[in-house]
Design a protein around this ligand. Structure first.
Ligand SMILES: [Zn+2]
Length: 367
């Protein structure tokens, strides 16, 4: 598996070089298809690539193509740092993919990822039957299998096609305002705390990163310190993801419509670092929320966040002077007082609802 990682990474970098050259010399943009067509010739010239399954090699060019396409779309969107596709060093290449696990004609497994030996092993073409710990049974129809190395552990990730199951309607809508003090504040006055264990993990990570920078480059002790920092980082990543999943799940289960602020990518560059980091976290949370809502037949709506923190939810008066302090909102026109974040969440919800429904101050409306 390490060897497959090495070869696929070499192929990716060579493919990137080929694309750059083709563009520089002839002004031509190569497609994944053109590059894939050369694989047979490549295997003849460099037999070591014959030790990797053909779909895995093809997927490398699909990935490269995707990197190019998202680069072009960033350019088109006018992102300041569009980020041209980069050559992959070892630490930035950690997976390869079998793109066809299921034979649709025969309605059965192909040799890619097929469970063998009572599910104790899976078949990984050109590598062998690999021992596996199945964390949960596969649902639906398996489509693809990705083999991924995460620091010091290997993962088999199956993508499966499943049917959406709509959840029963609850007749409730909610607005969600995200922040740094609280993870989220809802329009019905609910506060979702930032998980404490994340703080502890981040503290540990900072200490470990200092240890890394103290140690001599290229040394064994530094390598070990890098490894332990990477493990802490992995743990934090998973805890955060778990928290996002659970929070999004509970929102989708209890509400039919969930409104939240749209994150502005271009604003991210302008704002401070802490805010940018938090934005990344929220972006991943909002995308999970959108996925869960869609598969449950519910709606997650992103609204324009401008002035949501300055507008009075009761009378609509908008102004900086309404904000008494970080947490207190008091309207200078009508005297309405509220928690500033709850007021913002109510404004966010109002923007997602058809106009006219929102002026009553009611946050729960029957859809
Ligand atoms: Zn007011």
């Amino acid at each position: 598996m390490f060897e497959t990682l090495r070869l696929t990474r070499t192929l990716y970098n060579a493919g990137l070089e080929q694309r750059r050259e083709a563009y520089r010399k002839q002004g031509k943009t190569l497609s994944a298809y053109t590059q894939q067509a050369e694989l047979t010739a490549l295997k003849e010239a460099c037999p070591e690539f014959g030790t990797v399954y053909s779909h895995v090699l093809q997927d490398v060019f699909d990935r490269l193509d995707k990197a190019y396409k998202s680069f072009f779309s960033r350019v088109k969107a006018g992102t300041k740092k569009a980020g041209f596709p980069r050559f992959k060093p070892r630490q930035r290449w950690n997976s390869f993919k079998y793109k066809q696990c299921w034979d649709n004609k025969k309605e059965t497994w192909t040799s890619c990822g097929k469970p063998v030996n009572d599910g104790k092993r899976i078949s990984v073409p050109k590598i062998g039957n690999v021992k596996i710990k199945l964390h949960r049974p596969l649902e639906g129809k398996p489509k693809s299998l990705q083999i991924l190395l995460d620091v010091d552990q290997w993962y088999a990730i199956y993508a499966c096609e499943v049917h959406n199951v709509a959840l029963p309607a609850t007749g409730s809508s909610i607005g969600v305002d995200v922040g740094t003090t609280w993870f989220a504040i809802t329009s019905d006055g609910g506060f979702v705390e930032n998980p404490r264990h994340l703080e502890a993990g981040l503290k540990k990570l900072r200490v470990q990163q200092r240890t890394v920078s103290r140690r001599k480059k290229g040394g064994n002790r530094r390598r070990k310190a890098v490894q332990s920092a990477a493990k802490t980082h992995r743990k934090i990543r998973r805890q955060r993801l778990d928290f996002h999943h659970k929070t999004a799940r509970s929102l989708v289960n209890t509400h039919d419509l969930i409104a939240h602020e749209a994150l502005q990518v271009s604003d991210m560059v302008k704002s401070n670092l802490a805010r940018s980091i938090a934005d990344v976290g929220w972006a991943s949370f909002f995308s999970l929320l959108a996925l869960k809502a869609e598969s449950a037949g519910k709606r997650a709506v992103a609204v324009d966040p401008r002035y949501t923190s300055q507008r009075c939810h009761a009378c609509g008066h908008t102004g900086k002077e309404n904000r008494m302090s970080q947490s207190k909102f008091q309207c200078v026109q009508c005297g309405h007082t509220a928690n500033a974040d709850v007021n913002a969440a109510q404004n966010i919800l109002a923007r997602a609802l058809p106009s006219g429904v929102n002026d009553s101050g009611v946050t729960h409306v029957v859809a």
